[in-house]
Ligand binder design. Sequence first.
Ligand SMILES: CC(C)(COP(=O)(O)OP(=O)(O)OC[C@H]1O[C@@H](n2cnc3c(N)ncnc32)[C@H](O)[C@@H]1OP(=O)(O)O)[C@@H](O)C(=O)NCCC(=O)NCCS
Length: 171
Amino acid sequence: MEVTLRPWRPEDAEFAAQYADDREIARWLRDIFPHPYARQDAENFVRACLAADEEHELLRVVELDGQPAGSIALTRGTDVYRMGGELGYWLGRPFWGRGAMTETVKQMCRLGFACWDIVRIFAQPFADNLASRRVLEKAGFSLEGVLRQSVCKWGRLQDSCIYALLREESV
Ligand SMILES: CC(C)(COP(=O)(O)OP(=O)(O)OC[C@H]1O[C@@H](n2cnc3c(N)ncnc32)[C@H](O)[C@@H]1OP(=O)(O)O)[C@@H](O)C(=O)NCCC(=O)NCCS
């Protein structure tokens, strides 16, 4: 399976609407990710991606063997956090469990370190999100800490974990 990252295109609203309307995706993401996820949500998201400033956000479609399957974003920190970036990602359910997101995260980190002078990339999965935590571990990230009761998702308080990769650790 070939994993490719490419910029968003207007027609990507179709695949995004198809796969993002999934409770098993939304439950692990911030509330800004809509649920249910309507076609209009996908169109709004794609429009925002097309207008994004690459100095601050790297937004990519994850393609598997040429088929759009998911989304990954790297957002640069601001102010004293400007030397770091935060990763966020999801993959359509039919594509889970094949190593695609591990490869995607590795590629996005290489891209982020190549495009920006940042020294650190981090992600903050909810503690129970074992699949995402495993992705980060396989991509070389280190667990730096558990942020107790840091998340309130759909009425439930939960811990989150902070994982990071430094520039010199990127492969
Ligand atoms: C998290 C997500 C991106 C993973 O994508 P993926 O392509 O399936 O990930 P990979 O195949 O690269 O790796 C998944 C790893 O987690 C493991 N895993 C999956 N479910 C698991 C579970 N319930 N418990 C323990 N490990 C689990 C897999 O076995 C695999 O590890 P392995 O290679 O050692 O066997 C995908 O499940 C997803 O989009 N989830 C919803 C959105 C989300 O959680 N985004 C991240 C927010 S921080």
